[in-house]
Design a protein around this ligand. Structure first.
Ligand SMILES: *Cc1c(COP(=O)(O)O)cnc(C)c1O
Length: 357
């Protein structure tokens, strides 16, 4: 069976060594030594000022909204994983969708401008598939309109834009370290910022609002454990190899698929990517369904990523006007892509896809 993704597992003995240390110290959580070590190593590896390890990529977005004091309208993308929108609603903010570009499938800065009202407080944009949003234009729009800018960079571990980590963009950037992502800590996530005050608040918010024995504010439990940090510490040294293996598979798909009948994202900014996903877009949903069922018949399970368009979720918002996202979400399929997917399997998958076009 071939799934769309497969979790990278480090050598068991290595993880066991960390577990032994945890058992010796008897400190399992509460900002322990491994959490601190992971945060320091991530800061060095990524070249970011602050990195706060949290329990997942969803709470990371929620804490970002809290820290920035966002309570009203937030302009956001309809083409992302549901966690982007759900976090907004969970925090009692109102998601206002701006449609996406047909090049990189990220939020369209011109559409963002059209949605700004006196109630707009922030922009929450996703670098979808790890492809960077137009970070310069969005920064300009945020500055011109006094809006906070948050990036859901859940797909972006290891991505650099204009020669720096993509996590350095926006007031706050968040990432997911879920097992399905390029870098993982089983469950987990991180919040990045270069603002010292925000970092201080994130640290308080993720830990019930504690300052010593007292409380600064109403916090949440968003911290993460030593066991999760240990997994992150085992995976981090291999990220280079993992990304290189993915690059080769990516290049092979690129060379094998019939591009006269398919569309793929086009990145505009100078980007060092992490090959997080391999999405392709078909001419119609009918073709997509045919490809999907032919692959499934051979035990190959691609994923409709991202489907449906978040703007079409009725419990999310009464109405929105995002025809591009609605349309492309119906035609998007992520093909299997993981570090040890064999090149022979990639050929089989590409052939099945091409035969359906
Ligand atoms: C995976 C993902 C999340 C959520 O991350 P979790 O760690 O699973 O909570 C948020 N946004 C996007 C775009 C994602 O792909």
């Amino acid at each position: 069976m071939i799934n769309v993704t497969k979790t990278y597992l480090p050598p068991l003995e290595e993880y066991q060594q960390y577990v032994e240390k945890i058992f010796k110290s008897n400190q399992l959580t509460n900002n322990g030594p491994m959490v601190k070590e992971l945060e320091q190593k991530l800061k060095d590896f990524l070249g970011v000022k602050h990195c706060l390890f949290v329990s997942n990529g969803t709470i990371a977005i929620q804490i970002a909204l809290k820290v920035l004091g966002i309570t009203k309208e937030v302009i956001t993308t309809p083409f992302s994983y549901c966690a982007t929108t759900h976090s907004l609603i969970w925090e009692n903010c109102k998601p206002v969708f701006a449609d996406i570009l047909t090049t990189d499938f990220c939020i369209d800065p011109e559409k963002v401008k059209e949605q700004i009202t006196e109630n707009t407080e922030a922009i929450l944009a996703t670098h979808v598939y790890g492809n960077p949003c137009d970070v310069d234009k969005l920064a300009q729009i945020a500055a011109d309109n006094n809006l906070k800018l948050i990036y859901d960079a859940a797909h972006c571990f290891g991505v650099n834009v204009n020669g720096t980590s993509i996590f350095n963009y926006g007031d706050i950037s968040t990432c997911s370290f879920h097992s399905t992502k390029v870098f993982h800590s089983t469950e987990g996530g991180a919040i990045f910022t270069d603002n010292d005050d925000y970092a201080y608040l994130i640290d308080r918010y993720r830990s019930f609002g504690h300052i010593g024995d007292n409380y600064l504010t109403i916090g949440i439990n968003g911290k993460n454990s030593e066991f999760h940090a240990a997994m992150g510490l085992c995976v981090l040294p291999r990220v280079g190899e993992i990304i290189e293996a993915r690059r080769q598979i990516f290049a092979l798909y690129d060379s094998l698929l019939n591009w006269s009948k398919l569309v793929k994202p086009v990145v505009s900014l100078p980007t060092e990517t992490n090959y997080a996903y391999y999405p392709i877009f078909f001419d119609s949903e009918t073709t997509l369904l045919k490809v999907k069922s032919n692959l499934e018949a051979k035990g190959i399970f691609p994923r409709r990523y991202f489907y449906p368009s978040l703007s079409s979720l009725k419990f999310v918002i009464e109405e929105s006007n995002c025809p591009i996202s609605d349309d492309y979400a119906k035609r998007a399929l992520a093909l299997p892509l993981y570090y040890d997917l064999s090149h022979e399997d990639v050929r089989v998958i590409a052939n099945i896809v091409n035969d359906c076009l």
